[in-house]
Design a protein around this ligand. Structure first.
Ligand code: GAP
Length: 500
């Protein structure tokens, strides 16, 4: 059974945050970040496409994660494994038996719900009604039922708390059932086809390659293997935009360690990952480290890193102490040894694993939520404006180049500057409409700098450079721009912040 992450510290939805979230979704679509998938056919639930700015933002987050893992740590290497894997992988990993959600259908509305989410929502309502003790009792009982896969206990909780379907408002529930989240498909000729699964996590591609990597790259424990890739889950509850998707991307790192050192490494990665979020401008008040009481089938200890989304604190990354669960099971199912000879201990053993598992799409949503600013009245008499206060190195476009006017040779000069800078940075060039409107368009996508070529440029080879957040314009020599943009907008500038 997949675990619930009941959290009574959630700021409960209120009108203001609903309005904010709706505005953010509209902005993400209207500004070219995220579109519903196959929208011309009315979309496919819980599946989304990234537009030109969305993909650039996503790639920047990916690059930062990848470099912070594989470039800053000599003992972490990256791989890229296939989405389709031998079906026995999922028996060994426990996903065929254990990767389920408890679901219930309402007979009147014909809608299916995840029971833990229904119960959690009810507990949140109880907290709002100042019935915190009842809410705690509900969550404690739910957690115990989930831990022991007690489905009839969940049935009873629905009844005893008189929980009704949000649509039909009735309690006409079917019995609670387990629902496996993996998508299956067939490979091979139709009459001789084998059922395989789309991977529900990228981690297993790492585990089955543990020995390949360890031997061919001569890694010594402790060491990590990182991977970024798509994962698929047949989520029944499609909610909160890209927060819960059926096709999504994970950034996972499995860190192989000596048994007995798991507590030390679990704490190390918890701290390390929190610092990574701080580097993205996410303050500690907006992060909650939420320990799991009931654990996924593979975990001996786990925490979620949660971000304060407009709809409450929700998980963006999990850190799991997976013991030797995966490697031992693969040894058993594949009948192959997946052991490491430790020169220090002078013996072979199956390593333990600490996993860090972040959802890339959730990080993009977190960054957009954190960056979306609707300023009523701009500072120092500036007009109201909407802008994305993204960390500069993650911004899809690093600088926009404008000629003040299209005549007097300014356009040619601006295009010359564009050509000079385009080998180093993703840029935009815009020559139409007023400078104010051009600034406003760049603000909407979070471009850190707008560079304007004006008449003075032709005389002294300087330009004005306007900064997105404080809107201050300075003059800068064209010769200094490359270094300036590198120092303020490169992924390196973020990586440097991770130095202890
Ligand atoms: N290998 C461990 C694992 O997959 P998980 O907590 O199930 O752990 C890790 O998933 C991360 O993947 C989550 O913290 C979340 O960011 C992301 N994730 C999981 N399900 C998701 C979904 N349906 N849509 C978007 N992201 C998801």
């Amino acid at each position: 059974m997949r675990t619930a992450t009941a959290n009574l510290h959630n700021p409960i939805n209120n009108n203001q945050s609903n309005t904010f979230f709706k505005a953010l979704i509209a902005h993400a679509q209207a500004s070219g970040f995220i579109y519903p998938s196959s929208e011309i056919y009315d979309g496919l639930q819980a599946v989304y496409d990234y537009g030109p700015y969305g993909v650039a933002l996503k790639r920047n987050v990916q690059n930062f994660w990848w470099q912070s893992m594989t470039q800053l740590n000599q003992n972490i290497v990256g791989i890229d494994t296939a989405i389709m894997m031998h079906p026995t992988t999922w028996q060994a990993s426990g996903h065929i038996d254990g990767f389920t959600d408890p679901m219930v259908d309402n007979r009147d509305s014909q809608k299916r719900y995840r029971v833990d989410l229904l119960l959690e929502a009810h507990a949140a309502q109880l907290v709002e009604q100042k019935k915190g003790t009842q809410a705690k009792a509900l969550i404690a009982e739910m957690e115990s039922c989930l831990q022991t896969a007690n489905l009839s206990g969940l049935d009873q909780l629905l009844q005893s708390f008189a929980i009704v379907c949000p649509l039909s408002k009735t309690a006409n529930w079917t019995p609670v059932r387990q629902f496996n989240l993996m998508f299956s498909t067939q490979v091979g000729a139709q009459n001789d086809a084998t059922t395989i699964y789309l991977r529900p996590e990228t981690a297993q591609g790492i585990f089955v390659n543990f020995l390949n990597v360890q031997k061919t790259v001569r890694m010594k424990i402790p060491f990590g293997i990182a991977q970024i890739g798509k994962a698929f889950r047949n989520e029944i509850i499609a909610r909160q935009f890209t927060f819960r998707m059926r096709e999504f991307e994970q950034m996972e790192m499995q860190f192989f360690i000596q048994p007995g050192t798991e507590k030390e490494w679990f704490d190390y990665w918890k701290e390390n990952r929190q610092a990574w979020y701080n580097t993205l401008g996410i303050s500690n008040e907006k992060i909650n480290i939420h320990p799991h009481k009931q654990l996924a089938h593979y975990a001996a200890a786990a925490v979620d890193i949660e971000y304060a989304f407009p709809f409450g604190f929700k998980e963006v990354e999990g850190i799991h102490s997976r013991t030797d669960f995966d490697l031992s099971n693969h040894e058993q199912y594949a009948k192959k040894k997946l052991q490491y000879f430790d020169p220090e201990w002078k013996k072979s053993y199956t390593p333990y694993v600490i996993e860090t598992s972040a959802g890339l799409d959730r990080l993009v949503l977190m960054l957009l939520s954190n960056a979306f600013i609707q300023e009523k009245e701009g500072k120092e008499g500036h007009k109201a404006r909407t802008y994305l206060k993204l960390p500069f190195p993650l911004a899809p476009v690093k600088a926009a180049i404008f000629p003040l006017v299209k005549k007097d040779g300014l356009e040619a000069k601006a295009l010359e500057l564009f050509d000079q800078l385009k080998y180093d940075f993703p840029l935009m060039y815009e020559a139409t409409s007023s400078i104010g409107k051009r600034y406003a368009r760049q603000d909407l996508i979070g471009t850190p700098y707008c560079i304007t070529v004006d008449h003075q440029t032709l005389e002294d080879a300087t330009v004005t450079i306007r900064e997105r957040d404080d809107m201050v314009q300075n003059r800068m020599a064209i010769a200094d721009i490359v270094n300036f943009l590198h120092s303020t907008t490169s992924i390196k500038s973020l990586l440097l912040q991770l130095r202890k």
